[in-house]
Write a protein that binds this ligand. Structure first.
Ligand code: NDP
Length: 335
């Protein structure tokens, strides 16, 4: 069983007198900075001079450029989007990573694929929340916390795990449990769940049900607009995948559990497809293609997004949400 750490396992003294520099005051950056400060740690912020910079100032933090933060901080939390992190690292961080410093990531991506290669003289750790930024702050205030995955990539100080645990404690994660993992494992499970064809599966269901004569409103409510899916996901989280089944009607249970069950051969074929997903991730094929796509100015991303935004489902969604009193973006506003 994976080792899970809680508050009682943490020695906060490893961060005593240390300056924690948060690079990127976005979803994770702001939430983690506020939680760490409330936990009694000394926090400074590094960001571009824009609205996020102003927000950090307004929140009462000392704010500097990324390079200044990298130079001043003992522990650097790199909380910019994964696809821009290599450039930020090269331009402003690499030359400031003196021996004995620590760099902390919130995802395994850039270390796993070698897009960032820190010098061997610094500790490289990962505290990857299994929670969106808003939830990182909200669950901290509520006192519940949230899980994180821990990884140690380099440990020249011999204290990397203690430091990762102290960060996890400071952001509120060891209240619920910080799980020992690795950069590669985090990268695999994170990308895997994003490669499961989820949005297209919903759109396909929409298309065939509308084709079968159902109204778009009924289909959208059934799939996600009602919030029933959230209640279902919450029940799974609280009661377990099988434990929550009795919340559904017997007819629903028969459909979900018996009618949809694949034959052993079909099950094996479905798993073979999933193994291909794993192979695309582990081999670096996905990461390399995504890197090339960005370097080329994202032509495929832009083209496919544009095609998707012309789908009639979006107009129906907008119409339904307006009737329900919710305003959502027009397709042309979605970037
Ligand atoms: P955000 O997109 O919310 O953060 C953006 C921050 O990075 C902003 O402060 C932004 O500055 C800055 N930034 C963006 N582009 C640049 C650039 N080119 N140069 C300098 N700064 C830039 O990121 P997240 O918080 O979502 O992600 C941060 C890390 O957390 C990632 O490693 C991600 O994988 C991980 N993570 C994210 C989760 C989530 O739910 N969002 C969950 C778990 C982990 P500005 O305001 O100036 O644009």
């Amino acid at each position: 069983m994976a080792k899970i750490y809680f508050d009682k396992d943490v020695d906060r003294t490893v961060l005593e007198g240390k300056v924690l520099g948060i690079v990127g005051y976005g979803n994770q950056g702001r939430a983690q900075a506020l939680n760490l400060r409330d936990s009694g740690f000394q926090v400074i912020i590094g960001n571009r001079q824009d609205a996020s910079w102003d927000q950090a100032r307004e929140d009462g933090f000392p704010v500097y450029t990324v390079a200044e933060t990298a130079s001043q901080a003992d522990i650097l939390l790199l909380l910019v989007p994964d696809e821009v992190a290599p450039q930020v690292y090269e331009e402003d961080i690499a030359q400031n990573l003196r021996e004995g410093k620590v760099i902390d990531f919130a995802s395994g991506y850039n270390i796993t694929f070698g897009f960032i290669i820190p010098p061997p003289t610094v500790d490289v750790v990962m505290v990857a929340p299994r929670m969106i930024g808003q939830g990182v702050r909200d669950t901290f205030i509520q006192g519940r916390g949230f899980p994180s995955l821990l990884g140690i990539h380099q440990d020249p100080s011999g204290q990397a795990l203690d430091i990762a645990l102290a960060i996890a404690q400071g952001i509120g994660s060891t209240r619920m449990g910080a799980v020992m993992s690795s950069f590669d494992e985090e990268t695999l499970v994170d990308l895997f769940s994003e490669h499961l064809d989820y949005i297209y599966a919903i759109r396909r269901a929409y298309e065939v049900l509308v084709e079968a004569g159902c109204s778009p409103e009924v289909v959208l409510l059934e799939w996600y607009a009602s919030g029933e899916a959230i209640a279902g996901a919450k029940a799974i989280m609280e009661m377990g995948l099988w434990g929550q089944l009795p919340l559904h009607s017997r007819t629903s249970q028969y459909g979900q559990e018996v009618w949809t069950r694949l034959s052993p051969e079909e099950d094996e074929a479905a798993k073979a497809k999933l193994r291909e997903v794993i192979d695309d991730i582990r081999s670096g094929r996905f990461a390399q293609e995504w890197m090339r796509e960005q370097q080329a100015g994202m032509p495929n991303f832009k083209r496919i997004r544009k095609e998707n935004l012309t789908h009639p489902m979006l107009a129906e969604e907008k119409r339904l949400y307006r009737v329900l009193g919710r305003e959502i973006k027009d397709p042309e506003e979605i970037t």
